[in-house]
Design a protein around this ligand. Structure first.
Ligand code: ADP
Ligand code: TZD
Ligand code: MG
Length: 581
């Protein structure tokens, strides 16, 4: 090894030169100062060097094949960690590709920041046709919680701080941060630069509920004959797992988990009314909503899923005051963060709390047992090709044996049936299409779940759903992530049996029959499996998950087994014109 000569400056002018920093480094330093260690994105002008430098500075930079998936990864990273996930994109088209994920993050209350490079302001504003010209800030604004642009390197610290605070505080959501190309190259004195950075103190401050709101809620709860708790993904996000469990168990009130709240308490918990959901909603007289909105997923709190109008009283815990009375009257609004609100309710229950009447508990228990018994034989079917139920019966056992694995789930039948059949045992292990029922979250969520938690990931994907983000199997292989994808291949959307009445083209809902999605995984060095029975499916998934290597299981499902739009077929508009017989 050659000894390196020590370089000694003798020129006082060089010695006196102040150390400089630039926009690139200030962005990286600002993120790192705030504990953000990972960026999800797609490189290109003007942010290629930002990604390179971030990697060189020790950040994890996960490069995707399409920004939507990087954005979805950032969003779910935010959900899992309570820190805003970062998605980094180029200008106009890259920005637009990331925007779906940003809007979806806001809709689902996930904290995320979309950082996009942008073109020269002077040229954009005069519409003079710059490279990838677009007024990105204006376009992002209505689709996210907040949008900011930084024009001066000295403001990067404040810009990043504002973005973090906006994403995390109150109701979490998506934030857009516009960084024009010129900003990255701007230089400033390094020391002044460091001083300009802001470490956000307490980005999501506790919001304690008013004591009178707690007292009112407890009064209503006490009066209940058939009380019910609904846990939503806000409750999962809040990471108040112990307090929530204590509230359920101390109160003795049965609960129904919304999709992404499954596992907050194990689905096998004696107070879980998940398998008696319809009865629980319809017959309850007081419902305590914890981090769940009364949107379409809860039939807006009225109509035939619920009891007679006015017969159900709602108590709602939410950090967003405007959520109250959004669909029906909330008789006891409890505004605050879930951890504080649940703790305050628990404290208020004290020693003398009366458990709910046992006939209510018994009714739900009987219903739940009947529903489970009705389902059981379907899960054991050995029919070939497989039914959804049989394939999901196999996966249900695998998840039971691997409760710390993260389940990502999208599709229509593949989603609705998996949600009902696969029990979850731990909090924040089920990630899915959320409030919009959006297809395409699969691979982005899978990548971030693996990166952020280090846990194995099992993706249960409809063949259509998988297609939206399928190219990211290359990303999964490139980073060697422990992701096992099971594609429920029924040759199409809902079913694989439709035909074009004119006979000219394939029907709009079908795909190339008998496709081999497993070959896509093999193309990038992962392991592919092709299975046609529940036993083969079990063997393949166990082998894949034991190996920790990327794998894709092409699971052949009966093309005739699914129903239109899964469980939500009733939302399809029906033509008013009667067909002539
Ligand atoms: P689900 O789809 O599971 O029913 P939603 O997304 O409809 O859940 O509802 C989540 C709710 O949780 C949102 O209204 C959001 O404001 C709220 N929320 C998120 N985080 C918190 C928190 N830490 N404290 C209180 N409410 C929260
Ligand atoms: N595009 C986007 C972004 N989101 C959507 N929800 C849809 C389109 C419409 N859509 C659904 O709501 S489910 C679905 C689509 C296209 C796919 C269903 O087919 P699948 O599942 O193969 O994934 P099953 O198991 O065949 O029902
Ligand atoms: Mg399908």
């Amino acid at each position: 090894m050659t000894a390196l000569a020590k370089i000694v400056h003798t020129n006082p002018e060089i010695d006196a030169e102040p150390e400089l920093t630039d926009g690139f480094h200030l962005v990286i330093d600002a993120l790192k100062l705030n504990g953000i260690e990972t960026i999800y994105g797609v490189p290109g002008i003007p942010i290629t060097d930002l990604g390179r430098m971030a990697q060189a500075e020790g950040m994890r930079v996960i490069s995707f094949r399409h920004e939507q998936h990087a954005g979805n990864a950032a969003a779910i990273a935010g959900f899992l960690t309570q820190k805003p996930g970062i998605c980094l994109t180029v200008s106009a088209p890259g920005f637009l590709n990331g925007l779906t994920a940003l809007a979806n993050a806001s809709t689902n209350c996930f904290p995320m920041i979309l950082i996009s490079g942008s073109s020269e302001r002077e040229i954009v504003d005069l519409q003079q046709g710059d490279y990838e010209e677009m007024d990105q800030l204006a376009i992002a604004k209505p689709l996210c919680k907040a949008a900011f642009r930084v024009l001066h390197a000295a403001d990067i610290g404040i810009g990043v701080a504002r973005a973090i605070r906006a994403a995390c505080s109150g109701r979490p959501g998506g934030v857009y941060l516009d960084l024009p190309a010129k900003l990255f190259a701007q230089v400033m004195d390094a020391e002044a630069g460091q001083k300009s950075l802001v470490k956000v103190i307490d980005p999501a401050p506790a919001q304690r509920p008013a004591p009178e709101a707690i007292a009112r809620a407890l009064e209503v709860l006490k009066s209940a004959k058939r009380p019910l708790i609904v846990l939503g993904k806000g409750a999962a996000y809040a990471q108040a797992d112990e307090a929530i469990r204590a509230l359920v168990e101390t109160s003795g009130i049965p609960y129904v988990p919304m999709s992404m709240a499954k596992g907050l308490l194990p689905d096998t918990h004696p107070l879980s009314a998940g398998a008696a959901r319809s009865t629980a909603l319809k017959d309850s007289d007081v419902v305590l909503l914890i981090g769940a909105r009364l949107n379409w997923l809860l039939s807006h709190g009225k109509g035939k899923s619920w009891g007679e109008p006015g017969s159900t009283k709602f108590i709602q815990i939410d950090i967003e005051p405007r959520e109250m009375d959004s669909n029906v009257e909330i008789v006891a609004p409890v505004v605050g963060d879930i951890a504080s609100c649940v703790q305050a309710l628990l404290d208020g229950m004290g020693q003398g709390w009366q458990q709910p009447p046992s006939d209510w508990i018994d009714t739900l228990k009987a219903k739940r047992e009947a529903n489970i018994a009705k389902m059981a034989p379907k899960l054991m079917s050995n029919a070939s090709p497989m039914t959804f139920h049989a394939a999901l019966g196999a996966l249900r056992t695998i998840v039971k044996e691997r409760p710390d694995a993260i389940l990502v789930n999208e599709g229509a039948n593949t989603l609705d049936l998996a949600r009902g059949i696969i029990d979850m045992y731990q909090p924040r292990k089920r990630l899915d299409v959320g409030t919009w029922g959006i297809m395409g979250i699969g691979m982005g969520f899978a990548v971030a779940a693996a990166v952020e938690t280090g846990k194995p990931v099992l993706c249960v994907e409809g063949d259509s759903a998988f297609g939206f983000s399928g190219m990211e199997v290359e990303t999964i292989c490139r980073y060697g992530l422990p992701v096992c994808i099971v594609v429920f291949n029924n040759n199409g959307i809902y079913r694989g049996t439709d035909t074009d009445p004119t006979g000219r083209d394939p029907a709009t809902t079908v795909f190339v029959p008998d496709s081999r999605y497993d070959k896509m995984m093999e193309a990038f060095g992962g392991v592919g499996y092709h299975v046609t029975t529940p036993d083969e499916l079990t063997r393949a998934v166990n082998e894949a998950m034991n190996s920790g290597r990327p794998a894709l299981v092409n699971a052949v499902i009966d093309p005739a087994a699914g129903s239109e739009s899964g469980n939500i077929g009733s939302l399809n508009p029906q033509s008013g014109i009667k067909k002539k017989k």
